[in-house]
Design a protein around this ligand. Structure first.
Ligand code: NA7
Length: 535
């Protein structure tokens, strides 16, 4: 069919992505009376929590702090089974939200957006799906996730591998056949560390290819018992308030004391006490300066190394699992449930690919500099082309025909991560997401964007984009933070784009805290959207 003949559906807004952020955007937009269509290429809703179905995929934040807060009835009626929910429970929850609020009718699944082109004349975005379906909307909201463009390193020979392989972010819904197989896992970030202990009982042998040893800490997940569930629900508003008042949206408060102002005995006692607690409390409720480069971090890093050593029977193997060369928390610390214990088993091998690099995939396995490792299955737990990767996969063309990918070639150029000059009415929700508790941070961003759209509608305005000066200033601020010597820039992470060969080394999220960003956005709106042009 000729392009002109394809019927075009008209909406106030198109949202791309049916994950946590996109679903909430859909909810809010509908509530405020905007017509919306949401597209997602997955066959089900959930976004990151749809695709990450690998065994062991689980929240690292408490389920009830990592869930929506916008509806008190929703909070009260949903019973979380686990303190740190596994993927199936999260997927069920997000489907429940969609059905509870009658949103499914506005969602098109298995619908991959190929392009979005801005039409200056009528200030609208023309959206075209891969199947040729077209729609048009004044506003385009990309809720495409920060860790959704999965990354498989470009190893020679993968196409000739005779076994099965997959990336954890595309784990097949029907599962992988692992029973009795020789399985290799490449990558020991949060994902690899969750996966390995879940599959070890099933596989015949497991070979873990580690490039960088991490500071993995015990998650200590447990089911939520009835009394605790009741207490959480009864005190939910306090929990939410604590999250919202904290810099990163977590319910913990740092100890305001420096670790170095108390005796060594006292700080070790605190580290030990918190060590037994679940989740992130071990560091987010600890002395504030363990999260800063310096002696407190050095000592805590050593405390964690000793915890690893104590778990591994073979001291030489333990030293290879102990992180060296980067500070605790310069990489996101993975939470583990039995990860280290796996390495005491006779059928588990650790390959240190920094000392013994992967040279190629062969038809029968993986060849490193020193050996060929025979494998039936290879699992890539090798991470994501963060934030911009998912945007780059859509042809987003603004004024003057420039694509967003071209504009971001040297790193994102935005104001607050929200908008970019030349792309009016495009809100890049994923790029506006500062580090922190994802859901707590996402809700206020969506609220701000929908408020600004409602403001425009009320004022009869049709186009919103940043001023060149505001964009320049913000981009310079991000660049300065990207080269500043801080914990965040102290390792080669996805946050800096440093995990993808050739990607510019620039912070991909706002460097300021979620709390600071929320306050700043509120001030901007109160002052009549300073730094933005509304036409
Ligand atoms: P991460 O944290 O980016 O981890 C990816 C892992 O894959 C990490 O261990 C990498 O080693 C390893 N990797 C990547 N490329 C290679 C190559 N070429 N060779 C060997 N090893 C490689 O991704 P995850 O999916 O685990 O976690 C993503 C986020 O999800 C996490 O931050 C949480 O917020 C939840 P490296 O450390 O780069 O040396």
């Amino acid at each position: 069919m000729a392009v002109e003949a394809v019927p075009v559906e008209e909406f106030d807004a198109v949202v791309i992505g049916a994950g946590v952020t996109g679903l909430y955007a859909l909810y809010r937009l509908r509530e405020r009376g905007f017509s919306v269509r949401l597209y997602d290429d997955a066959p089900g809703v959930g976004g990151t929590w749809y695709w990450n179905r690998y065994p062991g995929a689980r929240f690292d934040s408490e389920s009830y702090t990592y869930a929506y807060s916008f509806c008190e009835e929703l909070v009260q009626e949903w019973d979380w089974e686990d303190h740190y929910a596994g993927q199936p429970e999260v997927e069920r929850y997000l489907n429940h939200v969609v059905d509870r609020f009658g949103m499914r009718q506005d969602i098109r699944l298995s619908s991959r957006v190929a392009s979005a082109v801005y039409r200056d004349g009528d200030a609208r975005w023309d959206v075209t799906l891969e199947d040729g379906t077209r729609s048009r909307a004044r506003f385009l909201l990309t809720a495409v996730g920060i860790l959704s463009a999965h990354y498989v390193p470009d190893f020679d020979g993968l196409a000739d591998f005779e076994g099965a392989w997959c990336h954890t972010g595309r784990w097949p819904a029907e599962g992988m056949e692992l029973a009795g197989k020789r399985v290799g896992v490449i990558g020991t970030g949060s994902t690899g560390v969750q996966l390995v202990p879940e599959i070890v009982d099933e596989v015949g042998s497991l070979t873990v290819f580690q490039r960088t040893a991490n500071y993995c800490v015990p998650l200590r997940n447990t089911p939520v018992d009835a009394a605790t569930r009741q207490r959480i629900k009864a005190t939910y508003s306090d929990i939410l308030q604590a999250c919202n008042d904290s810099p990163g949206g977590f319910m913990y408060r740092f100890d305001r004391r420096s670790a170095m102002e108390v005796s060594r005995d006292e700080r070790m006692a605190q580290h030990e006490r918190l060590w037994l607690e679940p989740g992130f409390k071990k560091w987010l409720a600890n002395f504030y300066d363990i999260m800063m480069a310096g002696p407190a971090n050095d000592e805590y890093s050593e405390f964690l190394r000793d915890k690893i050593r104590a778990r591994i029977d073979d001291p030489a193997l333990a030293e290879r699992l102990v992180p060296q060369g980067h500070m605790f928390s310069s990489k996101r610390p993975p939470c583990e449930s039995g990860y280290y214990d796996v390495f005491n088993r006779p059928n588990v091998t650790l390959v240190d690919v920094r000392a013994d690099p992967i040279e190629r995939i062969t038809p029968r396995g993986i060849r490193t500099a020193s050996a060929e490792h025979a494998l039936d299955v290879i699992v890539f737990a090798t991470g994501y082309d963060a934030v911009t990767g998912a945007l780059d996969r859509i042809e987003i063309r603004g004024e003057n025909s420039l694509t967003l990918k071209e504009k971001f070639a040297a790193g994102p150029r935005t104001y607050l991560g929200l908008q970019s000059v030349g792309f009016p009415n495009l809100f890049t929700l994923n790029a506006a997401q500062p580090g922190g508790n994802y859901v707590r941070v996402a809700e206020p961003i969506v609220d701000w964007v929908v408020d600004s759209m409602a403001h425009m509608r009320q004022q009869g305005l049709t186009a919103m984009s940043p001023t060149p000066d505001a964009e320049e200033e913000w981009t310079a601020h991000v660049l300065a933070a990207s080269v500043a010597k801080t914990l965040r820039t102290g390792a080669d992470t996805w946050l800096l784009g440093a995990n993808i060969p050739g990607k510019p080394r620039v912070l991909l999220s706002p460097p300021d805290s979620a709390l600071d960003m929320r306050i700043r956005r509120a001030q901007i709106a109160e002052q009549g959207y300073t730094g933005f042009v509304l036409r």
